[in-house]
Design a protein around this ligand. Structure first.
Ligand SMILES: C[S@@+](CC[C@H](N)C(=O)[O-])C[C@H]1O[C@@H](n2cnc3c(N)ncnc32)[C@H](O)[C@@H]1O
Length: 277
């Protein structure tokens, strides 16, 4: 579903600007671990890494720490500013990490980027307003012999339209409306987690600590991101698989969210002699 260019969008960067103030070594290590585990590589030395929709810049930082030469871009100026702040903090004046403003839907911009050993687009393409076009352009940025690491929202026949409506309402509302929607959503999430933990005799705080360990993200910033993140599209795992298989990619790894709400994660490889369409 293409959205109109004039429709309001969520300001991801505003959320990330607040997140990076809480960035600590534990979160950075969690981000590194998530890259290493899913890519199946402990060291990215000698590889080029493209971070599409870099957001806070955390995963560009993690890839750079793992030895990759990194290029980060995002269409949101605040995200670019966040990523530059991280670069200045941890890799000041490092020519092996470049950051700029750009869109995955802008073919002229993409043409001058070249191709990369690892292309990373985690939670990005479904927020562009043109998911399949973004997937097409993303695939073209992978070098033969390279890897593509994607996370795309799972399609839920009953829920996806409802989620889109909530997000659309949020970005189109003045701040009191946004505050109300966010408060309702957060209260619902806290209550739902609490009831589940009580029934299962689990520590109700443990789920929040696990979140930090998973990808280094923060529960609060993920909640804000979830409520507002519009445009919003979804895809079934088989749609994403078929799309890239037809373009010569091989699925190396898949982690689904079990049919529920969340992102399905994919690693595809592009063989050296792939027949590209
Ligand atoms: C949910 S955030 C994910 C950020 C980061 N990849 C991560 O894993 O934390 C989605 C990001 O996609 C960016 N984005 C949305 N549309 C884009 C586009 N057309 N080109 C580049 N980035 C885009 C947003 O600005 C935002 O930073």
């Amino acid at each position: 579903m293409q959205m109109s260019a004039t429709e309001p969008r969520f300001s991801f960067g505003q959320n990330w600007l607040s997140f990076i103030q809480h960035l600590d070594e534990e979160r950075i290590q969690a981000a590194e671990r998530s890259l290493k585990e899913f890519l199946g590589r402990d060291d990215l030395g000698g590889r080029t890494f493209l971070d599409i929709g870099c957001g806070s810049g955390l995963f560009s930082l993690a890839a750079r720490r793992l030895g990759a030469t990194v290029h980060s871009f995002d269409c949101d100026a605040d995200c670019v500013a966040c990523t530059r702040t991280l670069k200045d903090r941890f890799f000041s004046n490092d020519p092996a990490w470049t950051v700029e403003k750009g869109s995955i839907l802008d073919e002229n911009y993409l043409d001058r980027l070249g191709r990369f050993d690892i292309v990373y687009a985690w939670g990005v393409l479904h927020h562009t307003g043109a998911l399949f076009k973004a997937m097409e352009f993303t695939g073209k940025l992978v070098k033969p012999g390279g890897l593509l690491y994607l996370a795309v929202y799972n399609h839920q026949p009953c829920w996806s339209n409802f989620h889109r409506t909530v997000k659309r309402l949020y970005v189109n509302s003045p701040w009191p409306g946004r505050f109300l929607i966010l408060s309702l959503y957060v209260s619902f999430q806290v209550l739902k987690g609490l009831v589940k933990d009580i029934i299962l005799f689990r520590n109700p705080l443990a789920r929040y600590r696990v979140k930090k360990r998973l990808r280094g993200m923060s529960v609060w910033h993920d909640w804000v991101d979830w409520v507002g993140a519009y445009p919003f599209e979804t895809a079934r795992p088989e749609e994403v698989f078929d799309f890239f298989r037809k373009r010569g990619f091989i699925l190396e790894k898949l982690k689904t969210c079990g049919g529920g709400h969340g992102c399905n994660e994919y690693v595809f490889s592009l063989p050296e002699k792939a027949e590209r369409k």
